[in-house]
Design a protein around this ligand. Structure first.
Ligand code: SF4
Length: 434
């Protein structure tokens, strides 16, 4: 199977049938970074305050922009060889194959941040992913380690949907409504929960306000943790993960109001917020939002007996129509566990789906979405940037460093540690309460 990159180029030139979701995808990322969306800088959310003096993505030198695939390959391998254990390269599941082939570890964001810790001799952690991932790695890294995001313009559109100012404003409105005193059982009026896919500033906010971080793997356990300590939860930025998780725990939909930061009380009335169990921030993943119930139904018609596996960032109706929903790790393990050849229709990012199809040729594995649509911000990472930052390290120069200030990193670490310590164990009746 050809890589997503190759497929996109073949479709663009008419050499292969099919469609892609944006003509920008066939452009080199430096064209997008500098001509279409200039100025994106470090900080997972464009709305968060970027520390003064932080570097912004500048022009990558021409020698890297014009280097051939073979030349880049030779330069990346030579730089990695020279650096040896002084560097660790991390590649997210959603990165293109042309980048992942150089990664020492491939995984989801939190797995990668932890795997980097297994390389204590690494002076530099080079992240091929997006901003919030590099921020998390910096929060967990030692002070003497540098975390590099290969292209600073690789943000996350979901993380950008919740910035610290909007969340703080929401929090103040909720405090005015609920007060700040715990109930007779000692439970706070509301507990903030942020998805890993959020800025360090929001993780810090949760650390400071008795809250916690979750991943798509542990969202249920984290919500249980939160309901033990609070009467309700404010969940950001991904409404779909929050809704799918809470619904599966038995929370009725009418107790899952959505908070639109552009409207007073998020667009809700006092009663809806008083009755709320989980207040869902108005955010979503532009990749997972594309999956539809029609696609699930078509897969079932085309392949009777197909197993449909989707990510919980997909809309609720898609999750309900699928056979199972879970994190990238869950999807990978579900396929690995299938002993007989089968057919799997997958609702997650196309690079990961294609990699699973290549890894398990005994199965038929395909994306639910017929349109080739990789995560456009993950796609900002290109071998040219990797060669550039690695050769910088060989010269002793740290390019594109991500640094989370201690004022944010310390409380953010508390929220992450709460997540690691959270254990499953609350019943549905305890969640729904009265
Ligand atoms: S796939 Fe979605 S959540 Fe992940 S980085 Fe891309 S936009 Fe963000």
């Amino acid at each position: 199977m050809s890589s997503v990159d190759t497929t996109i180029r073949l479709i663009r030139t008419g050499a292969q049938d099919g469609s892609i979701c944006s003509p920008d995808l066939a452009e080199d990322p430096w064209v997008i970074d500098l001509e279409r969306m200039p100025g994106y800088g470090p900080g997972s959310s464009m709305g968060d305050i970027i520390p003064t003096g932080s570097p912004r993505q500048g022009q990558i030198p021409e020698e890297y922009r014009t280097a051939s695939k073979d030349e880049l390959d030779a330069r990346i391998r030579a730089a990695k060889e020279t650096l040896g254990e002084r560097v660790v390269v991390l590649g997210h599941f959603y990165q293109r194959d042309e980048v992942v082939e150089y990664a020492d570890f491939v995984g989801d964001s939190f797995q990668l941040a932890n795997q980097a810790m297994t390389r204590p001799k690494a002076e530099a952690i080079v992240f091929c992913g997006v901003h919030f991932m590099a921020e998390t790695a910096d929060i967990l890294a030692r002070p003497d380690q540098s975390v590099i995001l290969t292209n600073l313009a690789a943000g996350c559109s979901m993380a950008d949907m919740a910035d610290i100012d909007s969340v703080t404003e929401c929090w103040e409105q909720l405090e005015a409504l609920y007060g700040t005193e715990p109930d007779a059982d000692g439970r706070a009026p509301v507990i903030p929960v942020t998805y890993m896919n959020s800025s360090a500033a929001l993780k810090g906010f949760c650390g400071e306000h008795g809250g916690i971080v979750c991943t798509s793997s542990n969202a249920t356990t984290v919500l249980e943790w939160a309901f033990q300590r609070g009467q309700r939860v404010l969940f950001f930025p991904d409404q779909h993960l929050g809704r799918n998780t809470a619904k599966a725990m038995g929370v009725p939909l009418e107790q899952l109001p959505m908070w639109n930061p552009r409207q007073p009380l998020g667009g809700n009335d006092d009663q809806a917020l008083a009755d709320a169990k989980v207040i869902l921030w108005h955010g979503f993943c532009s990749v997972h939002r594309r999956f539809t119930v029609d696609q699930v139904e078509k897969a079932r018609v085309d392949f009777p007996g197909v197993t449909v596996l989707v990510h919980p960032e997909c809309p609720m109706a898609v999750v309900d129509a699928a056979d199972a929903a879970g994190s990238t790790d869950f999807i990978g393990k579900a396929i690995a566990a299938a002993t007989e050849p089968g057919v799997f229709a997958i609702g997650t990012e196309i690079n990961m789906v294609n990699r699973l199809a290549a890894e398990y040729p005994q199965h038929t594995i395909f994306s639910l979405d017929p349109v080739v649509c990789p995560c456009s911000t993950m796609y900002r990472i290109h071998p040219s940037y990797l060669a550039w930052v690695l050769e910088g390290l060989v010269r002793g120069e740290v390019i594109n460093q991500i640094t989370v200030d201690d004022a944010v990193a310390v409380p953010a670490r508390i929220a992450l540690e709460r997540m690691l310590a959270a254990k499953p164990g609350l019943t549905a009746a305890q969640v729904i309460g009265d």
